[in-house]
Ligand binder design. Structure first.
Ligand SMILES: [Zn+2]
Length: 360
């Protein structure tokens, strides 16, 4: 099978540490020693969906699912024993061209494996924080999309970013929102280049969350891990070329009110830290709760996890270091916050949700 990568002409060459091609991701994952690395699924083109777990511990909870136990007086029976590390799940590359999250997860893996990131730089603060959690990492979910995407979109025109990221039809027009979401999967006979958005069968994994009808092995891997590891916080990493801003996207309306508050608070803290470090954040840390669904919703519903999509700026950062360091600013802030707050307080679930429920 020959896969052709879409190249954006005229961009600067990536630095040697920017290991984002599928064979490079595979090589990093295969060499993991301090964590466990498994193929949690296989993409339509046969790439493994790597799942990497650090600081794992035996499951101490009852054999019960979250929906059931939530109706009892002891919803914490689903979670992990008091005092055990919180579980944070992070996925990069659900949209394969959106490379910023992939490089962040790979840098984190490098820190945990070698003590230095892919650049050879230390980040002892992040390393120390990361060791406080059980981490479930998906470095690159959509390996098919990654295989056809450029190494980066730094400095590209908005048109080229969209062509690479979202693909184009046989009439050469970019596959744009909202039309792209009128199909599931995309009608591939009308597509000249699928872009990094979908997998090679045309499925947008971000929207593959219908219970009872999951279409992709990639989405299934995420949903299974969310329940198996009783995830407390899920960070779904993306990027966008439309604005120079980095920021959080909120939960959907179909989320528990307490979890929405957790994400709002994390976003406020990230805005403060990113701006202190000179990175661009959304003007409003807390945006409107969107009236739509994506894969974060079933993750939330099967585990109780607070879930957030983080959107990095895809073409505006000055250089590759800014991308890496922006990712660190988010992660350090979020993991630091978890030292004093529970991302998913199942024990006090009912009280906290009643407290924030404006419909009562
Ligand atoms: Zn995306």
């Amino acid at each position: 099978m020959e896969v052709k990568r879409y190249e954006i002409p005229g961009l600067v060459n990536r630095p040697s540490w920017w290991k984002v091609r599928t064979n490079e991701i595979e090589s990093i994952c295969r060499n993991i020693k301090n964590g466990s690395c498994t193929a949690a699924g296989k993409t339509p083109w046969g790439f493994p969906v790597y799942q990497v777990v650090y600081n794992d511990y035996p499951d101490s909870s009852n054999e019960v699912n979250w929906m059931s136990v939530m109706s009892t007086k002891t919803p914490e029976l689903f979670g992990n024993k008091e005092g055990s590390p919180q579980t944070v799940m992070i996925s990069g590359g659900i949209h394969g061209a959106e490379i910023e999250g992939v490089i962040l997860v790979l840098n984190l893996i490098s820190l945990l494996e070698t003590g230095v990131d892919l650049r050879g730089r230390k980040n002892d603060k992040l390393l120390e924080l990361a060791r406080l959690y059980r981490l479930v990492l998906f470095p690159c979910v959509n390996m098919d999309g990654r295989a056809v995407s450029p190494d980066h979109r730094l400095g590209a025109s908005i048109e080229e970013c969209r062509r690479a990221g979202e693909g184009f039809w046989t009439n050469d027009k970019v596959i744009r929102w909202p039309e792209m979401k009128e199909y599931f999967p995309l009608p591939l006979e009308r597509v000249a280049h699928t872009g990094g958005y979908c997998n090679s069968e045309g499925y947008n994994i971000m929207h593959d969350g219908t219970p009872g009808n999951i279409k992709t092995a990639e989405a299934l891997a995420i949903l299974k891990a969310a329940e198996k590891y009783k995830v407390d916080l899920y960070l779904n990493l993306h990027s966008q070329p439309e604005t120079p801003c980095n920021g959080f996207r909120m939960h959907s309306m179909c989320s528990f009110p307490y979890s929405i508050e957790v994400v709002k608070e994390l976003s406020r803290r990230c805005k403060k830290v990113l701006e202190e470090r000179g990175f661009v954040y959304e003007p409003d840390a807390v945006r409107k709760i969107p009236c739509k669904l994506d894969i974060n919703t079933p993750v939330h519903l099967c585990s109780g996890a607070a879930t957030a999509t983080i959107e990095f700026a895809a073409r505006d950062p000055e250089n590759f270091d800014v991308i890496a360091d922006t990712g660190y600013a988010f992660l350090e802030t979020i993991l630091e916050s978890g030292k004093e707050m529970l991302f998913c307080d199942r024990k006090n679930w009912k009280t906290l949700n009643a407290q924030y429920n404006t419909q009562l």
